[in-house]
Design a protein around this ligand. Structure first.
Ligand SMILES: [Fe+2]
Ligand SMILES: [Fe+2]
Length: 262
């Protein structure tokens, strides 16, 4: 029977597919870490209370990158180059989601509007991250190799999402509500497309490594298209709502360390 769990299990069991999976994840996390680190450095003076939280967000993502690298090392594997068509973070940036790397590389302080854009972008992508890690946690929380890593990353992603909700609500109360709704909507509709394309590309690589028969590959591709159709119709709405999270100030305080992994 083909299930999400058996699919993940198959990818985790094979060294080649495991290392591609971890390399893609590690690269996305470290890109996220770099972006947040730069944003923290460029936060405008009027929003300086936000800077330590953005820095903490970046530190968490860097830590996740190190964890995925450590998981590979533990199995004696080295990272592989990430095929560009599977590079979620890079493709999002290419499609104009979030802040352009060129802007982040410069030393000009961001505007409040840039900060709002960054938060809205993160609210959408952290929803994805949090849901994906939730799935992995559900299936592999007790796995001796990846269980602890999955639980730690999943808890962090939940915090990131909570932080985005809380900060965006604060900006909405301060009069940025319409902007936020527009950016969230644009970003969500673009994200679901990029996510579909990246999923198809990742599955094609995995199918090649794991020698999946044609019908299995076709079925998986059909599932990915079905998920997109659902998200395009109604699913995207879950990515644009704003609710005050139960856990406030989720990114207040320093990042938890991952010495046991990295
Ligand atoms: Fe992360
Ligand atoms: Fe995150």
């Amino acid at each position: 029977m083909l299930s999400a769990k058996s699919l993940f299990q198959e990818i985790l069991d094979d060294d080649e597919s495991f290392r591609l999976f971890c390399s893609i994840a590690a690269s996305g996390e470290s890109q996220g870490g770099w972006e947040n680190g730069r944003i923290a450095a460029l936060v405008p003076l009027s929003e300086r209370d936000l800077a330590p939280k953005v820095a903490r967000h970046g530190a968490d993502e860097d830590k996740h990158g190190r964890i995925f690298n450590a998981l590979m090392r533990k199995r004696g594997l080295r990272p592989v180059d990430v095929p560009p068509e599977t590079d979620y973070t890079m493709l999002l940036e290419k499609h104009g989601i979030g802040l352009a790397h060129q802007q982040l590389k410069a030393d000009e302080p961001l505007t409040v509007r840039d900060v709002v854009t960054y938060l809205a972008h993160s609210r959408v992508t952290e929803q994805r991250a949090s849901e994906q890690m939730d799935l992995l946690r559900k299936y592999f929380a007790d796995d001796p190799d990846i269980g602890r890593a999955v639980k730690m990353i999943s808890a962090d992603e939940d915090n990131h999402l909570a932080y985005c909700h809380e900060e965006l609500l604060r900006f909405a109360y301060a009069g940025h509500g319409r902007d936020i709704q527009r950016i969230l909507r644009e970003c969500a509709l673009e994200e679901i497309r990029v996510y579909r394309d990246v999923s198809l590309a990742v599955m094609e690589h995995m199918g090649h490594i794991l020698r999946w028969p044609k019908p299995k590959a076709a079925l998986l591709a059909a599932c990915i298209h079905a998920v997109y159709a659902y998200e395009r119709l109604v699913g995207w709405r879950r990515m644009v709502s704003l609710e005050m999270p139960e856990r406030r100030n989720a990114l207040g305080g320093p990042a938890t360390s991952a010495v046991e992994f990295a």
